[in-house]
Write a protein that binds this ligand. Sequence first.
Ligand SMILES: Cc1cc2nc3c(=O)[nH]c(=O)nc-3n(C[C@H](O)[C@H](O)[C@H](O)COP(=O)(O)OP(=O)(O)OC[C@H]3O[C@@H](n4cnc5c(N)ncnc54)[C@H](O)[C@@H]3O)c2cc1C
Length: 283
Amino acid sequence: MTVTQIQQYHRPSSVDAAWHLVERADGAARLLGGGTDLVVRCPPEVSTLVDLADAGLRYVESTADGGLRLGAMSTFTDLLEHPAVVTHTTGVVGEMIAQVGSVLHRNSATIGGHVVRRRLSDVLPVLLALDATVLLYAGTERELRIDEYLAGDLGPHVVIEVRIPPRVEGSAAAFTRVARTAFDHALVNSCCRVDIHDGVIAVARVVVGESSAIGRRLAPVEEVLVGASLTPSTIDTAVAATRAAVDLHGDWIASAEYRQHLAGVVTQRCLRAVADRLPGGGA
Ligand SMILES: Cc1cc2nc3c(=O)[nH]c(=O)nc-3n(C[C@H](O)[C@H](O)[C@H](O)COP(=O)(O)OP(=O)(O)OC[C@H]3O[C@@H](n4cnc5c(N)ncnc54)[C@H](O)[C@@H]3O)c2cc1C
């Protein structure tokens, strides 16, 4: 973004007003969250910024049933400082956010701007594993599952909040990533969650992501886990299934083969951590 590129700056006091400003601008306006992405990657046709700072979207609430409502303008620091966020589902949300960028970055970057961005993400694998939903506004409100939200071309819209369902009894999750340095984007990351019912895995989520992708659930690996106990041999089978299921690209930083190997490593670390976090301890 150049200073001269921006001709108009608005700071509406409602979501509806923000959406109308963007919708009427016919592609020339962008909503402004923390600006960490927009400042470095602002399309040349954009001449108007619509700042959401006064639209009432900076809040973190835990619902009566133990779920979370994360207002779109909440920064990662806001989330990291909220006790209900950092402890949700055996601490996986806090575990992940603490690894996103630097402290300075987390002070500005918002959860709403992050889900819209759809790339280079440690956050989306965790939202996918927790079955999060996105509440958005485009004239009317709609709530979409995070995978539906990421799959669709939704046109101009305002993300109002991200919702994380309540933790289920007997559920555990973990996040891990491998990066060249602590501040670098992940080469590969993973979030795994299992819900245990009657001693076996009733629900499994295995998500692997990497720097150019947003992360996706690996159905063949989840099928390996459902109905089994989370023993070391189940984890070994899941790791092999992960390496067979992923389709990762190679670039100047790491080859596709290395990323495929790492996918197994991060999944193994996640599932071992999940086993340790389950009620009653390890597998
Ligand atoms: C130096 C650096 C390090 C990073 N490290 C990591 C990392 O380790 N892990 C990781 O996962 N990510 C990382 N990121 C990505 C970072 O988390 C995102 O850039 C950030 O979350 C985007 O949020 P924002 O509020 O700054 O978005 P903005 O830049 O304000 O906006 C991004 C996009 O979303 C739109 N938008 C913003 N808010 C809304 C809304 N409420 N509704 C609809 N549209 C909206 C904007 O118009 C724009 O198109 C890094 C980024 C940087 C710059």
